[in-house]
Every structure is written in C-alpha cells, then in structure tokens.
Design a protein around this ligand. Structure first.
Ligand code: GUN
Ligand code: FE
Length: 417
C-alpha cells in the first residue's frame, strides 16, 4: 500500500512516513518503507498516494443496543440515566424484529467508520446478542461481544430470573459462539450494582472453564461508587468487587470502562494485574461523571484505550473520542488539578490505535508482525488554502474527519470497505 503512513510505536510520538510503502504479507505488517524493497515488487499495489493511512481504530467500550438513542437523553447522571432511558431501550431487544432493525443500523455505521476492532456490550438477551454477532461477523469487523448479565437492582422487564438461570443461558450463548471467526464472546457482568454475589461466582466459574475475557464498568460516578461500598461491605475498593471473583486482570484479560475516580490502591492493582482502562471522555462529559486522569495512568504504565460508550457518548467516531480526550484533559488540568498534565495529540492517537489494540494482541500499529488493520483517509475534501505537512493533516483529521472521509478499511489483511 502506498500512502502517507502514520502509526505509533509508543505514546510519545507518531511515526510518519510520507509517500511511503506499507507492506502486508500473510495478513501481517511486514514493514513500512520509504522505497519498496525488491522482494515486494510483484505484490499487488493499492495506491493511496494522496491519502493518509493509519492503523484501524479500536473502540474498547461501546453499547450496541444503545445506538438508537445516541444524541438524546443527556439530562441525568449515571444511575438515573440508566433507569429512565437505558434499561427501557435495552428491554426492546427481547423482540428480535426490533433487534434486527437496530443492529443492522449499528453494524452498518460501524462498518463505515474508522473502527476496525470493537469491544461491545449487547443486552441480557441471548438471541439478540447472537444476531449482533452474526452481523459483525459478516461485515468483517473484529471484536468481542458480550451478552450482558444483570440479576439485581434492575427493572423486572430487564432482569435475569436468577443467578442459576443466568449462568445456564450465558453458557448456552458461549457455546453458540464457537462458529464465529471474527467475533468472540466476552463475559459481561454489567457492573457490580446489577450482579449478585451468586451471579459473580457463577460467572467466575465460566470464566475459568472457557478462559474468557471480561468487560465491565468501574468507578465512573461518585454516587455509584458510594452505592458499591454499601453493596459490598469488606471490599477494599470498587475494583475489589471484581477482583474477589478473579475477574480483574491476571489470567483474565479485563477491560474496565471509565475509571474516573479510581484511587491509588485500585490503580496499583490494575497496573499489576494488567487491567485495561477504556477511557470514554464523551460519556464522562454527557453524564457529568468527571474526567479520568489518563496522563497519570499512562505515566504509571497502565494499559489504556478509548471507548465511544454509545449512548452515554453520542458519537461512534473514535476520532471524536481522541479529540475529546485531549479537550477534557485540558479542562481537568485548567480547572481542577495541575498535577496531571493534559494529553497530547500523539498520546490520544496512541490510545486509539496501539493502546486499545493491545487487548487484541499485536494490533494497532504498523510495526512488523502486527495484524494488518489499516484505514485510508481522504482529507483533501476538508478544504484548506495553505500547504500542510502530514502531521498537520493527521491532527486536522482527528478533529475534523467524518465517515465520508474514510475511503478504505482493511481488517487483518482483508479489505472490508
Ligand atoms: N454502568 C452500568 N451500565 C452502564 C451503561 O450502560 N453505560 C454507562 N456509561 N455506564 C454504565
Ligand atoms: Fe458503558
């Protein structure tokens, strides 16, 4: 592939090769070159000389069933928002006809975006979640998808009957996922307030039996954190409510969304155990949750990526998440805490690519051996009168790109758009 190639090796700096060659061999990156090595001369060439080529973006946290009410219902904080809007929408996915319509729109929009990998929440409904997985599998997006578990503090119309039944249905769903190539199951206890100890115990057994990753929410909102303290006496912190069931890193690959208010001890456990933070700046703004100290997490060596968190976040665009991560970190720094510096464009580009990609293995960079996920961006239509270098063009794209600027997309060596 010929083009203006931009990728991260580390969070400090974006590597840029103007008018370079990005080689894909056996679905993997075989290097970025200024001149094409002889041995590749007979490879088919995709010529994107005028465009930017970046690694596919990674959305570490998105609720597919909430896509219908994106951009609406932003007047409440987390728990009230869940009860007033979110659970009402998610309950509709019991009806497969509704799920079919809604997930078709979600997956089609995801396909047109710059996202190549996504870690997705479904609903408690097994069949609707499999329908979502069918659709993602078909368009070639790679990802993890979770049938949600919730058996307490949930409305009757969106609550599993009891822990035992929940575990049985969850295991049926896990077994039904064997047929997929691109999408894999991820255990998804919604968050501690919505899961009984008995359910956590049973999910922990399934985690070990099937060696599954886990996703959930952590330390998002101050009221939520107080509630978890009441619900889980004896735990050291919110994270401990997952850790006590071995669903907090170590042998259990784990993504925790938000981590806005994680204390020192929680953060240290996450670092030691390799728990991924899904930073969701738009969601944290819309639900007045706060701003996570991401720069501090990076300095401490935590694994961090970005999430759209539809529908608390309104936009599926991970470019938008990058811009908002920078913007929110600046306000946090200016208004609240000068000890944590703002994020840079180089850092958020890293978070959206290699940072989140690490959850999938060697994903999110063009370094040798990385899975070949690439997105081609046509930015000439974002008009400008002056000359711009590639770095300036990339920065503009982060702030200004829309789906129409995404002109080609490759996942694991295969062109899907
Ligand atoms: N915590 C538990 N469920 C949710 C959800 O659907 N969205 C967000 N942002 N936080 C949650
Ligand atoms: Fe969420």
């Amino acid at each position: 592939m010929k083009g203006n190639i931009c990728y991260s090796k580390s969070s400090n700096e974006i590597c840029i090769v103007e008018n370079g060659y990005l080689v894909c061999e056996d679905k993997k990156c075989a290097g970025v070159y200024t001149e094409l090595p002889e041995q590749y001369e007979f490879f088919p060439l995709f010529d994107y000389s005028e465009q930017l080529v970046v690694p596919g973006l990674v959305d570490l946290h998105v609720h597919a069933p909430q896509y219908p009410f994106r951009g609406m219902a932003m007047n409440l904080e987390l728990i009230d928002w869940l009860n007033a809007y979110t659970f009402v929408e998610e309950a509709k996915y019991k009806d497969l006809e509704y799920a079919e319509k809604a997930y078709e729109i979600f997956v089609d929009d995801l396909k047109k975006s710059a996202t190549t990998r996504a870690v997705v929440f479904g609903t408690i409904h097994k069949d609707a979640t499999l329908l979502l997985m069918d659709k993602m599998e078909k368009v070639g997006i790679k990802g993890f998808v979770g049938k949600v578990n919730m058996d307490r503090n949930s409305p009757d119309y969106l609550c599993e009957e009891n822990a035992e039944k929940a575990a049985i249905i969850t295991e049926e769903w896990i077994n039904a996922c064997e047929k997929y190539e691109n999408v894999k199951p991820i255990l998804t206890p919604r968050f501690t307030p919505s899961c009984t100890d008995e359910l956590f115990e049973k999910l922990s057994v399934l985690q070990k039996k099937y060696n599954l990753p886990v996703q959930s929410h952590l330390s998002e909102n101050l009221g939520e954190i107080e509630w978890v303290k009441e619900l889980c006496p004896g735990t050291k912190n919110y994270g401990d409510s997952y850790d006590r069931y071995d669903m907090f890193g170590n042998d259990c690959p784990t993504i925790m969304a938000h981590c806005v208010y994680s204390g020192e001890e929680e953060v240290e456990t996450m670092r030691k155990q390799g728990v991924f933070v899904a930073h969701c700046p738009e969601s944290n703004t819309n639900l007045s949750s706060g701003v996570a100290p991401v720069k501090d997490y990076l300095k401490k060596g935590l694994k961090v990526g970005l999430g759209s968190d539809i529908a608390a976040g309104s936009s599926l665009s991970i470019f938008k998440a990058m811009a908002m991560a920078v913007q929110c970190s600046k306000l946090r720094w200016r208004l609240f805490d000068q000890s944590v510096e703002p994020l840079t464009v180089d850092e958020v580009f890293y978070l959206a690519t290699k940072g989140g990609g690490e959850f999938f293995g060697k994903v999110g960079s063009f370094e040798e051996g990385y899975e070949f996920d690439a997105v081609v961006i046509e930015d000439a239509t974002i008009r400008h009168p002056q000359e711009l270098n590639v770095k300036e063009r990339l920065e503009r794209v982060i702030y200004l790109a829309e789906d129409k600027n995404i002109v080609a997309k490759f996942v694991n060596g295969k062109k899907i758009l």
